[in-house]
Design a protein around this ligand. Structure first.
Ligand SMILES: [Zn+2]
Length: 167
């Protein structure tokens, strides 16, 4: 009997927890920020055995790192305007799941590819994308990370992955 696997049979076996979306947004931002600080100051995120860092420049209104403000918000139609997005906020724990678990323990749903100068790390099952850039000396900078919510984006990612990996 042949073994067939389709995307729907697959699971990502690593720890998957989201923050509780029933909570109020300011409480979720606080919780997500604690997790972000553990990433930033705990220096516990890695990719290909090198540390993953964030830009540490602070936002002048919130006094939190711009990189965090970016992670928890999304662009709306107006240029240069971002609004807080609950869905992005509750997914902040997935950054660690993907970098430290899916990547290090070869999750079968993991797709890693280079897109121009960026490195995209996507666990297709968790459906969360992390974009890194290589730092000049050592390590990586996390540029952005977000859950994939549009089928078109998923399609584009898949296409780029196949093209860049000659699948
Ligand atoms: Zn995974």
């Amino acid at each position: 009997m042949g073994i067939t696997t389709s995307a729907s049979d697959k699971i990502c076996k690593y720890k998957q927890y989201k923050l509780d979306a029933n909570k109020k947004i300011h409480q979720l931002i606080d919780e997500a920020y604690q997790i972000f600080k553990s990433y930033l100051y705990g220096k516990n995120l890695n990719f290909e055995n090198e540390q993953v860092d964030f830009k540490t420049e602070k936002n002048i209104f919130t006094f939190r790192e711009q990189s965090f403000e970016h992670l928890i918000s999304k662009q709306i139609n107006k240029p240069h305007v971002r609004i807080y997005d609950k869905n992005r906020i509750v997914h902040i724990p997935y950054i660690e799941t993907i970098l430290n678990q899916c990547c290090n323990e070869s999750c079968e749903n993991l797709k890693i590819f280079r897109d121009d100068k960026y490195i995209c790390v996507w666990c297709e099952m968790i459906d969360f994308l992390i974009v890194l850039s290589k730092r000049e000396k050592k390590g990586y900078l996390l540029l952005t990370a977000y859950p994939i919510t549009y089928p078109n984006k998923r399609k584009t990612l898949k296409k780029t992955y196949m093209k860049n990996n000659n699948v």
